[in-house]
Design a protein around this ligand. Structure first.
Ligand code: HEM
Length: 525
């Protein structure tokens, strides 16, 4: 296909392939080939009709206006998805962008994950996307992912419904639920509880060991912490079943949506149902405990949600809403924090001078605290530790790409963007810009000291109305974890060259095996 991406004629080929397939039906192999051929013919026909024709129409209708962005739509149906996924998986997605930017410029078209897509470039394109959320573009997930999150999930809300949920600060409306828990005011109350969870974690999973599979252990930690703060369950059969189901569900999201017994997607759907059943039981028990005055309305996210939402809706609707959103928060906040914390462990091991500074900062805080629990103010004093995490998120962002759907045809930078196309922001290039980040390959937390960076270039938590709701939560849980880690343990990566792949979030290929050694207790009195 050429750059304009419209010169396919599948009608003839489709007929030939169809006829060819039928000549072989006398044998089983022939039948299989025949079926395959029919499927290929249908797929090609679909591609011709819906994608190329749509693009051709878009071009014709926009002839008098601006042209479509330059670029290629790649192969039928698959577009340029395979190259994109291959490079993304190998953690080299910047190459995909760099090649195209060099050839076409910052704004180019491609075809990814079954849809024509336009890369808008940073910072102007990102700024444009975030400023036009709900006007020209909207967050869109593939329909199979939408089903897994459920109809009430914040992730599936757009436009007014999304605003209603967490943008409008109207008393009695739902934004209060999320900000009253995830905003700084809400989180402050939970730092001592995070502190307790982290200490327990180290006693249970690190004490007495000289080797650990860090990735799996951090995964266990972030799930346990979230399960405690969201619905106060930290062990037992319910805990294990929720953990297992969340894992299976996360795996299904990243796979092709083939829905028959045995496929990842099918299993993910089953896991979602089981997960919601378990949550139902937990919610039911909680209502009882709250009615009997055993648990306060501010005890955890679940209590906050029940007490706020019950004022506006009936209990059944509230339960559905709570279940979908707790599932979403667990999903959104789990692997993101795991890959970031694991990345920090790697970068600190590879950069001992940075580790030394983190230890110094944390020792000063520990001496001041003299053994008492960390609080919110302590976590905000951990400035260098936060810079280390920011630098890790620059080099290894947990979420590297975000898609929006064009909801109304518009012109951008002299190009027409047809309705229904996707637009995407991508951190692979902007986080490695040598103009903004001198020596971009170097791990250098000091670059985050002092003044902020130009907006819409460094954005590991996204931006605009859909900026990460759990950013403060993530920062707080990670600095508390690092506080106790660096004070109590030294670690060596068994394989310092261990590769990181994306699936789609960063994963250590061998699980980040660490040799650990307990330090002498710090003299704090
Ligand atoms: C290092 C950790 C994390 C990173 C790097 C991260 C990154 C992001 C990014 C980039 C987005 C925006 C996606 C887009 O615009 O397409 C996002 C959205 C979101 N994040 Fe996070 N996240 C992290 C942790 C968390 C945690 C701990 C939670 C909650 C417990 C959370 C909850 C959410 C939610 C609910 C959204 C969707 C907001 C909306 O659509 O309105 N995240 N996150």
């Amino acid at each position: 296909m050429d750059d304009d991406g419209v010169h396919w004629d599948y009608s003839k080929n489709s007929n030939n392939m169809f006829a060819g397939g039928f000549m072989l039906v006398s044998s089983k192999v022939g039948l299989a080939v025949g079926i395959l051929t029919v499927v290929v013919a249908i797929v090609c026909g679909w591609w011709w009709h819906y994608v190329l024709l749509k693009e051709s129409k878009a071009r014709t209708s926009s002839n008098k206006k601006a042209p479509l962005p330059p670029g290629s739509l790649g192969l039928p149906l698959l577009g340029e998805t395979l190259e994109f996924l291959r490079l993304t998986q190998a953690n080299r997605s910047a190459e995909f962008l760099n090649r195209r930017v060099a050839k076409y410029g910052q704004v180019f078209k491609t075809h990814l994950l079954f849809s024509p897509a336009v890369s808008v470039g940073a910072p102007d394109g990102n700024k444009f996307l975030f400023a036009n959320e709900n006007q020209l573009v909207q967050k869109s997930w593939p329909s199979h992912v939408k089903k897994l999150f459920g109809p009430n999930s914040l992730m599936n809300k757009t436009g007014e419904q999304h605003k209603y949920v967490w943008l409008l600060d109207v008393p009695g409306h739902a934004r209060r639920i999320f900000t009253s828990f995830f905003g700084p005011d809400g989180l402050q109350r939970f730092v001592p509880r995070m502190d307790k969870m982290v200490r327990t974690h180290f006693v249970q999973f690190w004490e007495g060991k000289d080797e650990i599979m860090a990735f799996a252990i951090i995964k266990q930690f972030t799930f346990a912490l979230a399960a405690d703060l969201f619905f106060s369950i930290t062990e037992g059969p319910q805990f294990q079943s929720l953990e297992r189901d969340l894992f299976t569900l996360s795996q299904g999201i990243a796979q092709l949506p083939l829905d028959f017994p045995g496929t990842s997607y099918h299993n993910a759907k089953l896991s979602r149902n089981r997960f919601l059943c378990t949550l139902d039981t937990i919610i039911c028990q909680r209502r009882k405990d709250m009615e009997e005055g055993k648990v306060s309305s501010q005890h955890d996210l679940l209590s906050v949600m029940i007490s706020t939402l019950d004022q506006d809706q009936d209990q059944l609707a509230t339960n559905e809403y709570i279940k979908d959103n707790i599932l979403m928060f667990l999903f959104a906040g789990h692997d993101t924090s795991v890959s970031t914390l694991a990345g920090v462990l790697k970068y600190l091991f590879l950069n001992p001078q940075c580790l030394e500074q983190v230890v110094k900062e944390q020792k000063e805080i520990a001496i001041e605290k003299a053994g008492s629990s960390l609080n919110w103010d302590d976590t905000r004093k951990m400035k260098y530790t936060w810079q280390v995490m920011q630098e890790c998120l620059r080099l290894q962002p947990a979420v590297e790409v975000g898609f929006r759907e064009c909801i109304k045809e518009f012109e951008y930078e002299g190009f027409t963007i047809p309705k229904g196309w996707r637009l995407f922001w991508h951190l692979g290039r902007s986080h490695m810009s040598p103009q903004i980040f001198p020596n971009p390959e170097r791990f250098d937390p000091d670059r985050f000291e002092g003044l902020g960076l130009p907006p819409f270039i460094y954005m590991p938590f996204g931006g605009g109305p859909r900026i990460c709701l759990g950013a403060e939560f993530a920062r707080t849980e990670m600095v508390v974890f690092l506080h106790y880690l660096v004070l109590n343990y030294e670690w060596n990566m068994v394989d310092p060259n261990e590769g990181v792949v994306r699936s789609p979030l960063p994963v250590f290929q061998k699980g980040l095996l660490l040799k650990i050694r307990k330090k002498q207790p710090l003299e704090v009195h």
